[in-house]
Design a protein around this ligand. Structure first.
Ligand SMILES: Cc1cc2nc3c(=O)[nH]c(=O)nc-3n(C[C@H](O)[C@H](O)[C@H](O)COP(=O)(O)OP(=O)(O)OC[C@H]3O[C@@H](n4cnc5c(N)ncnc54)[C@H](O)[C@@H]3O)c2cc1C
Ligand SMILES: NC(=O)C1=CN([C@@H]2O[C@H](COP(=O)(O)OP(=O)(O)OC[C@H]3O[C@@H](n4cnc5c(N)ncnc54)[C@H](OP(=O)(O)O)[C@@H]3O)[C@@H](O)[C@H]2O)C=CC1
Ligand SMILES: O=C(O)C(=O)Cc1c[nH]c2ccccc12
Length: 379
């Protein structure tokens, strides 16, 4: 099958790119390994998830949210928006297509893509002048290697498999990782009556969603240093010094760190209050696991029924994309820094790899579609 543009992945990134190309009347197809679009949101995220950035930072190109949409949109509202987006722009991803390899054929000047049809188990070949990688920064969950994890007697899972705390009532549960997933899942577990602990191994910024919204608006007019000063001051005012609870603040500011290290500040959903009340325990790094017992770097030990690893994700693009040295590093993330991260050679692009959430995705998609139009009009 031959197409002008082949997009791999039907998450918000793939959908946004397809919409921008459709608006420019540039033919394109999306190949998606799952049976639906936005599979991360539909299948691999917990029930209580809400968008944590204000709606103005979460819209895809060419379609604002309808009037009356709340500032912070729940998962179901975001999925409804995507449903409307897909039907409005007549996007029809090809589902059950697991892309296994993509390489550039210099002789014919086209990308040669092999996808497994997971329904028929047959391999299909697609040819495209342009290839857009939209498989995301969260393609696979990361579980760290911890000595003795294999011996753990209870249940353990990555947070992408966690839905809610219903079956953990009265169970001793350890959450590993204090990013936004870990912190919110710890709250959800507590809310369902689990005896909850969370591993925090490094300093972390704690903010409210309103502070992030204010910060994002201010960043348009004021230098990052000043915005960070305002944000940290507000955080100190609201949360105080959390180091005695095991949550010291980093010395660098939250927006600076987001920019430089890609790590997001924790947007508190109530977890901090529960930590202060002693309802959720903060524990340091795990040193080893023996059976049901987990040992920590402070020499203490506790038994747990379950462990939820909220320890981040990885990109899987290097598993299938050959000859991508100019665009991706060995972690499958862009080599070039923002804002020049999205454009490779031979018609190769990536969308959604700038760790800038949905507004970063919208920006990449528009750049890519316009660039493809430019290349096509020069030929
Ligand atoms: C829990 C969570 C909450 C988030 N909340 C927000 C938020 O509130 N606001 C915000 O701005 N950002 C948020 N983000 C960040 C980001 O906006 C989302 O992760 C977003 O879904 C990324 O979109 P994407 O299309 O790049 O990747 P994904 O949504 O991960 O989509 C990638 C798609 O590619 C498919 N795929 C992968 N490999 C292959 C292959 N080999 N062949 C075919 N298909 C493949 C996957 O099945 C998937 O459907 C959140 C991230 C997470 C993990
Ligand atoms: N809309 C929303 O409400 C939500 C948004 N998100 C977003 O999704 C993305 C992914 O978030 P998330 O899933 O939290 O992943 P992150 O990568 O943001 O966080 C991973 C966390 O795990 C910790 N960690 C990693 N390895 C270990 C280890 N071996 N032992 C202890 N701790 C460890 C990291 O700590 P360290 O810093 O020490 O490496 C970090 O705190 C982020 O951009 C986030 O903002 C996620 C959830 C909800
Ligand atoms: O959910 C995330 O972490 C995102 O990538 C969205 C985002 C972009 N810039 C930010 C700054 C503070 C918190 C979240 C984000």
């Amino acid at each position: 099958m031959e197409e002008v543009v082949i997009i791999v992945g039907a998450g918000p990134s793939g959908l946004a790119t397809s919409a921008c190309l459709n608006v420019l009347s540039i033919p394109n197809i999306i190949l998606e390994r799952e049976d639906c679009f936005a599979s991360l949101w539909k299948k691999r995220s917990y029930d209580r998830l809400k968008l944590h950035l204000g709606k103005q930072f979460c819209q895809l190109p060419h379609m604002p949210y309808p009037p009356g949409t709340p500032t912070f949109i729940p998962k179901a509202g975001f999925l409804q928006y995507l449903e409307d987006y897909v039907s409005h722009f007549q996007i029809n991803p090809r589902y059950h297509r697991f892309v296994e390899s993509a390489s550039y054929d210099k002789v014919v000047g086209k990308w040669h893509i092999v996808a497994k049809n997971t329904l028929s188990d047959e391999l299909e070949v697609y040819l495209g002048k342009f290839l857009v990688v939209a498989t995301g920064e969260n393609s696979e969950g990361l579980i760290p290697k911890i000595p003795g994890l294999d011996s753990f007697g209870g249940e353990f899972m990555h947070c992408s498999d966690y839905k809610n705390g219903k079956r953990f009532t009265n169970k001793e549960v350890l959450v590993v990782g204090c990013g936004n997933s870990g912190m919110e899942i710890a709250y959800d577990l507590w809310d369902h009556g689990a005896i909850t602990s969370i591993v925090v191994r490094n300093p972390v910024h704690v903010v409210t969603k309103e502070m992030v919204l204010l910060g994002m608006l201010l960043l348009k007019y004021i230098p990052c240093k000043v915005v960070d000063y305002v944000t940290v001051s507000l955080s100190k005012l609201i949360y105080g010094d959390l180091s005695s609870y095991g949550l010291p603040r980093p010395s660098e500011g939250p927006f600076y760190l987001k920019d430089v290290t890609r790590s997001s500040p924790v947007i508190d959903v109530g977890t901090i209050g529960k930590i202060k009340e002693g309802e959720i325990q903060v524990v340091p790094t795990i040193t080893k696991i023996e059976g049901d017992n987990v040992y920590f770097s402070n020499g203490k030990m506790n038994r747990f029924d379950a462990i939820i690893f909220a320890t981040g994700y990885k990109s899987t693009v290097l598993k299938w994309l050959k000859e991508s040295e100019d665009l991706f590093n060995e972690d499958g993330m862009p080599k070039k820094s923002f804002p020049n991260h999205w454009n490779g050679e031979n018609g190769l692009y990536c969308v959604g790899f700038a760790s800038r959430g949905l507004f970063g995705i919208a920006r990449d998609a528009e750049h890519i579609a316009n660039h493809i139009r430019g290349v096509m009009s020069r030929k």
